[in-house]
Design a binder for this molecule. Structure first.
Ligand SMILES: Nc1ncnc2c1ncn2[C@@H]1O[C@H](COP(=O)(O)OP(=O)(O)OP(=O)(O)O)[C@@H](O)[C@H]1O
Ligand SMILES: [Mg+2]
Length: 314
């Protein structure tokens, strides 16, 4: 049964879309069947994976407002195992139209019940707002993934983000959990980045993924080619960090078989030349119980080997 993840932060431009696209791509490359749902009227996820924003048939809008069958809205992408429901500017009207619907916070959850068994992972790319679409996403999800930009103001927005999370958890979805925090756009040469990373780790503890995403020109270029960065350019530090993050994600949220396979890969690549996989699988937590709820704090906080040491010069 597919676990559902909301990539959520009401602050704009923190790396939600970039993270959701690249993690989904890494997982699908590893044989996981992933459904990526664009819930933002900007349609950046849609265009970022090479799908057409102008096609207004069977998008997230119809899914939420017209109660269309989700199966008819799911599109294949050029990436094996990766499927998507697209969005475009039509979705801007959905917030208002949802207001009058019965059980308006549960519309997406009800829709996803129909397809979640067909996927290993379902990822929801939330818009930068605390509106009804984001509430629908959080209500439908098992986990929230919080992308945080490594800058001072990132921490300010956390209060209202966590308030929204708590409200949804209390009133609409008691099972909701914080799945993980992704640190994005790090510039490792600045003290501010180091300070933010320390503060976020201090606050969220083992919930913070080890792989920190550096600022990278290639990551910002890739969407204009309609390709995930991890496919567009595999060699830059940003893509490599997302490849590591994807592996880490699989270790945390995949099956026991996934963890066994990753551990075997780790053994095989020990001392080998694959720079992407080296260090990508946390050395710790070999017990196989990688659920972040149970992760060994001492191990996970020992993240220094996974942090990309310098900002990209591209
Ligand atoms: N690590 C990075 N290095 C450089 N540029 C990045 C990085 N991550 C994202 N970007 C760029 O920053 C911008 C914002 O990123 P992204 O769209 O992923 O954020 P978002 O949180 O989804 O934004 P929104 O809230 O508007 O949906 C985009 O132009 C993206 O290409
Ligand atoms: Mg976005």
């Amino acid at each position: 049964m597919g676990a559902i993840f909301s990539f959520f932060n009401q602050k704009g431009g923190v790396g939600k879309t970039t993270s959701v696209i690249n993690i989904a791509t890494v997982l699908s490359g590893r044989g996981k069947k992933v459904l990526l749902i664009d819930l933002d009227a900007q349609g950046n996820t849609t265009s970022g994976i090479g799908l057409d924003k102008n096609n207004s048939e069977f998008t997230a809008y119809q899914l939420l407002v017209d109660n269309s069958d989700p199966i008819s809205a799911i599109k294949e992408t050029s990436i094996k195992n990766l499927y998507a429901i697209t969005a475009n500017s039509d979705l801007a009207g959905a917030e208002i139209q949802l207001i009058n619907q019965e059980k308006r916070e549960f519309v997406l959850k009800t829709q996803l019940e129909k397809v979640k068994n067909d996927y290993d992972f379902i990822f929801l790319d939330c818009p930068p707002s605390l509106g009804l679409i984001s509430i629908n996403a959080l209500t439908a999800s098992n986990y929230v993934i919080i992308p945080l930009q490594c800058e001072y103001y990132a921490l300010e927005g956390l209060v209202s983000l966590l308030k929204t999370y708590e409200l949804v958890k209390k009133g609409l979805n008691t099972d909701l959990m914080i799945g993980g925090v992704v640190l994005t756009m790090a510039n490792f040469q600045t003290n501010l980045t180091k300070q933010v990373i320390d503060e976020v780790r201090e606050f969220f503890k083992e919930k913070v993924f080890n792989s920190v995403i550096p600022r990278s020109v290639k990551l910002s270029e890739a969407p204009s080619f309609g390709k995930p960065a991890v496919i567009y350019d595999t060699h830059n530090r940003g893509s490599q960090a997302y490849m590591e993050l994807g592996v880490e994600f699989l270790k945390w949220f995949g099956t026991e078989d996934d963890r066994i396979r990753l551990a075997q890969e780790q053994k095989m690549t020990d001392g080998a030349e694959n720079p992407v996989l080296e260090g990508s699988i946390p050395q710790s937590n070999e017990s196989g119980n990688a659920n972040p709820e149970n992760t060994d704090l001492a191990n996970v906080n020992n993240h220094s080997e996974n942090v990309v040491p310098g900002d990209e010069k591209a």
